[in-house]
Design a protein. Structure first.
Length: 124
């Protein structure tokens, strides 16, 4: 594993790591002990109908989403919505080649794996 301060809580936090267990890939293979970095903004209302789930792109992070789209008066306003940003596998915060000890492996994953991981990471 390689330590990289760019992917730290100080640079890209706050986020929480959620262990979603083993992630079976459609192309074969498994990412063992897959962890997702999840950032939330705002609060879930009593009706539980104000949540927005956003997966990042491969090189994007929740901090970039926050800096550009999330904030009072912006498209994703945490005063109105409960925003859940799930950092994509391989983006450096979630399970990635640099922070995953062998023999976990990364394999080839598709968009459908992103949907699976987002579903596993949210308990709301």
């Amino acid at each position: 594993m390689i330590e990289n301060s760019y992917y730290s809580q100080e640079a890209h936090g706050p986020y929480e790591l959620h262990d979603i267990g083993n992630l079976e890939l459609e192309e074969g293979g498994t990412i063992r002990g897959c962890k997702l970095a999840v950032a939330t903004f705002g609060a879930l209302n009593a009706a539980r109908d104000n949540a927005i789930l956003i997966p990042t792109w491969y090189s994007g992070t929740s901090k970039i989403m926050e800096q550009v789209y999330i904030g009072k008066g912006r498209a994703l306003d945490p005063d109105k919505y409960f925003i859940i940003v799930v950092n994509q596998i391989g983006n450096g915060l979630s399970t990635s080649p640099h922070n995953t000890p062998p023999p976990a492996g990364m394999g080839i994953f598709r968009v459908s794996a992103s949907a699976t991981m987002c579903g596993r990471s949210t308990g709301w």
